[in-house]
Design a protein around this ligand. Structure first.
Ligand code: NAD
Length: 350
């Protein structure tokens, strides 16, 4: 087992360098508190896990970061490589182990472990490969961090978030799938590109399944507070329903394109997960399209299903689902997306 922290203070001959280096200003004062404030665990140190870890460090989101992977040498290498950047980063204690005890007391556990999509493979095909893996991971996380929030990233993310919810026994507000937070960013990028505006000024949600059956909520898209369809009218930019649907398809395709070009996606999901970590741990109460227990919302019934809806996120996880207006067609597409996920889930026997 490898387990290394970033704060060894024992020098040659057992001299405690930290204590020898500084003279306490008040010798009677109790030692400075060692209790950390925020701990994040990242499970799986592949392309996605490391992009997330990297973003967490650069954005100063945790006092302690615990990494877990099944490959001890790769894991130790990644830990050391990150620790060696200590002089350029905010101070974060970085730990790594194949043993889940390293994650104990985490506030947030981000799960990226798993087989990744290969070119042309749909996310739903990954399910069997990742299900048995989750039955090893999730109970360990629940045991060592019973009060944590689980953020699931591994694909197919909606089904695996359901699996994590079942295996953890956590309440649904503390089990979140990264869902379409990334798809929505891709959507906002493409819309911004089409309209030649800043993506941060584009409010737009992709909801439903993270993947092929995702739904673009055109009726609620706005740019700088202006509903997009009337914005297009004002700018005299012609549009057709089919063209709008093509933009959504482009969002879905863009993931496959990145995978076919570089073999995997990493940077955007790294930022997406860190964005969610910030909203959770800093209690930002922002609205994100993330995978939540969706039963009962927008006419979704037929079973417990996780899929992305615009949800308010804070320190206790999911605070609530936003009641935005959907057209009947959008609501129907959402229900179809739920049905597609439920069909896969029904084969799991959970
Ligand atoms: P990768 O193969 O590079 O990394 C997966 C890591 O998981 C490996 O390091 C592997 O050793 C580790 N692992 C395997 N079994 C393990 C176990 N039992 N315990 C701990 N670690 C274990 O894959 P990747 O490119 O990093 O992708 C990871 C996952 O993230 C995939 O499922 C991928 O589809 C998914 N993903 C999701 C999104 C999203 O938006 N939700 C985006 C991109 C990728």
């Amino acid at each position: 087992m490898h387990k290394t922290g970033s704060s060894s203070s024992l020098g040659p001959g057992g001299l405690d360098i930290a204590r020898a280096f500084f003279t306490p200003i008040d010798k009677s004062a109790p030692p400075s508190p060692t209790k950390r404030h925020t701990k994040i665990a990242v499970i799986g140190t592949g392309n996605v896990g490391m992009a997330i870890a990297q973003t967490i460090l650069t954005q100063d989101l945790a006092d302690e970061l615990a990494l877990v992977d099944a490959l001890p040498d790769k894991l130790r290498g990644e830990m050391l490589d990150l620790q060696h950047a200590a002089a350029f980063l905010p101070r974060t204690r970085i730990l790594a182990s194949v043993d889940y005890s390293v994650t104990a007391g985490s506030d947030l556990c981000i799960v990226t472990a798993g087989a990744r999509q290969i070119a042309g493979e749909s996310r739903l095909n990954l399910i069997q490969r990742n299900l048995s893996l989750f039955s090893k991971i999730i109970p360990q996380l629940a045991k060592h961090s019973p009060d944590s929030i689980l953020l699931i990233v591994s694909n197919p993310v909606d089904v695996l978030t359901y699996v994590a919810w079942k295996l953890s026994g956590f309440p649904p507000n503390r089990v979140i799938g990264s869902g379409t937070n990334l798809d929505s960013s891709r959507f906002r990028f493409l819309l911004a590109d089409h309209l030649d505006v800043n993506a941060q000024d584009v409010q737009a949600f992709i909801v439903g399944e993270h993947g092929d059956s995702s739904v673009a909520l055109w009726s609620s898209i706005s740019v700088g507070g202006v509903p997009v369809l009337s914005f297009l009218d004002r700018q005299q930019i012609p549009y057709e329903e089919e063209k709008l649907e093509n933009i959504r398809k482009e969002v879905v395709q863009s993931a496959y394109e990145v995978i076919s070009l570089k073999g995997y996606t990493s940077w955007a999901i790294g930022y997406s997960a860190a964005n969610l970590a910030r909203s959770i741990l800093r209690d930002q109460r922002k609205i994100h399209p993330v995978s939540v227990l969706a039963k009962g919302f927008y006419g979704i019934d037929g079973g417990d299903v996780f899929l992305s809806l615009p949800a308010q996120i804070g320190r206790s996880g999911i605070l609530g689902v936003t009641n935005i207006h959907l057209t009947e067609m959008e609501a129907q597409k959402l229900r179809d997306s739920a049905k597609a996920i439920l069909e896969v889930q029904s084969q799991l026997g959970l």
